[in-house]
Design a protein. Structure first.
Length: 147
């Protein structure tokens, strides 16, 4: 998977550009994206805003999805169907989101080929600069074959 393609795909989404996300890329079957430490992204207590944390998590899950399904892009359409987020600690500074599939992608592709669609989960861990987990997210992706 070419990092230029992944970066371009994630940055093509205006909200991701608004957040100033730094797409590290697809490494070791994981999508990695960083959220900057920007005062414009902070909440009323001076920590990273929950919406920004969700945004970086969703973007990282998209990188993981692109990385795993690169050979199918153009023939499928993925769309985030929902998500669950658990905040663990106050998130300060640069936050790194690391995402990977929960299940074996072979099972996802089997359902996609048989039914023309599949739902799968991508788990994301958000950590601060010290490596402390500040939140975990599971993004539920709906993937369909293009007509």
């Amino acid at each position: 998977m070419e990092d230029d393609f992944v970066t371009a795909a994630i940055k093509a989404i205006p909200f991701n550009t608004h957040l100033g996300l730094d797409v590290v890329g697809y490494r070791g079957e994981k999508g990695i994206v960083r959220l900057p430490d920007d005062p414009a992204l902070r909440n009323h207590v001076g920590s990273q805003h929950a919406g920004a944390l969700f945004g970086v998590a969703e973007a990282a899950s998209g990188v993981a999805l692109l990385g795993k399904l690169a050979d199918r892009m153009g023939t499928i359409t993925p769309l985030a169907k929902g998500a669950d987020i658990q905040y663990a600690k106050i998130a300060r500074g640069v936050i790194t989101a690391t995402a990977g599939f929960v299940e074996d992608v072979t099972d996802v592709l089997r359902r996609l080929d048989a039914d023309g669609k599949a739902v799968t989960d991508v788990r994301v861990e958000l950590t601060d600069a010290a490596g402390v987990t500040v939140a975990t997210v599971v993004v539920h992706w709906h993937i369909r074959k293009n007509a």
